[in-house]
Design a protein around this ligand. Structure first.
Ligand SMILES: CC(=O)SCCNC(=O)CCNC(=O)[C@H](O)C(C)(C)COP(=O)(O)OP(=O)(O)OC[C@H]1O[C@@H](n2cnc3c(N)ncnc32)[C@H](O)[C@@H]1OP(=O)(O)O
Ligand SMILES: O=C(O)CCC(=O)C(=O)O
Ligand SMILES: [Zn+2]
Length: 427
């Protein structure tokens, strides 16, 4: 586990100490944890292609695959070659790029799909089949003994081609636990590289994830991969908990795009993992490329980056309330668990509003290269707040109030003094 024993530079250019101990990291007493030893299976070009808006041309797939590779993901998962002739050709084309990341394709548990997959040149095949009652009854209609038999056949076939193989149960969290453990144990014995757990409908919570991964860990010797949908907003938390329980690989996609509202987002998981173990994550992945990667995918699928996106949302490093602004100016670690500079970004103090405080306004006065005493800054802050009570402010409003005030106190306007004016009114 790492700590954050570094220094940081405040907005005023002062070097301050970051917090020494990291309370957000892996629990050192938990030897199951892979929080400091995890891998990413990047599925923008598979799960992401299932996003409602997605249509990737071959050129766009190649551009995205290269950008993901440059970012440093461990695996890139591609749509099944059985999906369409172009999907098959694109898979072959990406395999030929010679990327550092291993290339996977994702298939049904069926020999026809497996035969196509091994011909594409992929490094590995991710095979999946639904094991819940819902999917056994309404999707493929097969019972557990048929599923097990075909899984063994597909796995042995793929392995015989010297290609990595992962077996995953779709809808794992609504499947019978005994069925699950039985099939995982069987495929582990015949030598799969990984088994996968999939929260296909996004129903799982972190406690359930911890229990299932931990139980599975005691049954199989291969690595465990996890795939979490975000229907109930738990995808990132579930991913992190899975790693704590001993899973090694997490499926992600850029901006979380996928079926319905998608899966664990690459950027969101990076945020969580940097908070947990900055050294491991920053040492492995080029997180300063995240913004470009997200922009590339956002424009390809014609969406905007959400305002509250971890790291790259427009206000992810914006501090507004006076109490926050004062402390941030003194030491950014007070209200930031992530450092904007790690991602090529900058923090911003939003001072043009009625929640501002004199410390934030003083910093603006300094930026404007004006000189006011602390009492004067407090006085001008009250004027800003007064106008902020009437309407929304912008920076120009605040700057004008500050400049007028500064001009007033430095060269008082000509005309009667206040007591003289009062006297004149009474006459
Ligand atoms: C949860 C997930 O995201 S899993 C990944 C989803 N990915 C995809 O679906 C890839 C894109 N899909 C496709 O292009 C098409 O669905 C194809 C080519 C795979 C299949 O197309 P079709 O043969 O026309 O079948 P269709 O899509 O209507 O129905 C799915 C078929 O797969 C079968 N099936 C579903 N899941 C599985 C599975 N995991 N393993 C084996 N067979 C399966 C169903 O029984 C059904 O077969 P049937 O209707 O011929 O009996
Ligand atoms: O292959 C897997 O593990 C996951 C498949 C999938 O996309 C899902 O179940 O949601
Ligand atoms: Zn999925």
């Amino acid at each position: 586990m790492s700590s954050t024993n570094s220094t940081e530079t405040t907005a005023n250019g002062v070097e301050v100490k970051a917090i020494g101990h990291n309370p957000y990291g892996a629990n050192p007493s938990d030897f199951l944890s892979n929080v400091s030893n995890y891998q990413l299976i990047e599925s923008t070009l598979r799960e992401g292609e299932q996003f409602a808006n997605a249509f990737f041309t071959t050129e766009k797939k190649i551009e995205i695959a290269k950008a993901l590779d440059d970012f440093g993901v461990d695996y890139i998962e591609l749509t099944s070659p059985a999906a369409s002739e172009q999907s098959r050709a694109d898979c072959e084309a990406i395999c030929k790029l010679g990327l550092k990341a291993k290339i996977l394709t994702h298939i049904r548990c069926h020999m026809d799909d497996a035969r196509l997959a091994v011909e594409t040149g992929v490094d590995g095949v991710d095979v999946v089949i639904g094991t819940s009652q819902f999917l056994r009854e309404y999707s493929h209609g097969k019972d557990m003994s048929y599923i097990t038999k075909s899984a063994v056949e597909v796995i042995e076939f793929v392995k015989s081609h010297g290609i990595e193989i992962r077996f995953s149960s779709e809808d794992s969290f609504r499947s019978d636990l005994v069925d699950l453990l039985n099939i995982y144990r069987t495929v582990d014995k015949i030598g799969v590289n990984r088994v996968g757990i999939a929260d296909t409908v996004g129903c799982a919570n972190p406690r359930q994830v911890y229990e299932l991964v931990r139980t599975l860990k005691s049954v199989v010797s291969c690595d465990i991969e996890c795939h979490f949908h975000n229907d109930t907003g738990c995808a990132i938390a579930n991913s992190y908990t899975a790693l704590e329980a001993g899973a090694r690989l997490i499926d992600v996609s850029v901006l979380g795009i996928g079926e319905r509202n998608g899966i664990t987002s690459l950027g969101g998981l990076m945020a969580r993992m940097i908070a947990a173990d900055r050294d491991y994550t920053m040492g492995k992945y080029k997180v300063n490329k995240l913004r470009d990667l997200e922009n590339l995918v956002a424009s390809a699928v014609e969406i905007n980056i959400p305002f509250n996106n971890p790291i790259t949302g427009f206000c992810a490093f914006t501090h507004k309330a006076g109490i926050h602004a004062k402390a941030i100016l003194a030491n950014p670690s007070t209200y930031e668990i992530l450092k904007p500079e790690d991602f090529g970004l900058t923090r911003y103090i939003h001072f043009a509003n009625r929640l501002t405080g004199w410390n934030a306004i003083k910093s603006r006065v300094d930026q404007l290269n004006l000189h006011l005493t602390d009492d004067q800054v407090k006085d001008v802050t009250n004027k800003i707040k007064k106008l902020g009570d009437v309407r929304a402010l912008n920076i120009d409003d605040v700057d004008s109030i500050i400049r007028d005030y500064h001009a007033d106190v430095n060269s008082p306007r000509l005309g009667p003094s206040e007591p003289e004016a009062k006297k004149a009114k009474l006459q």
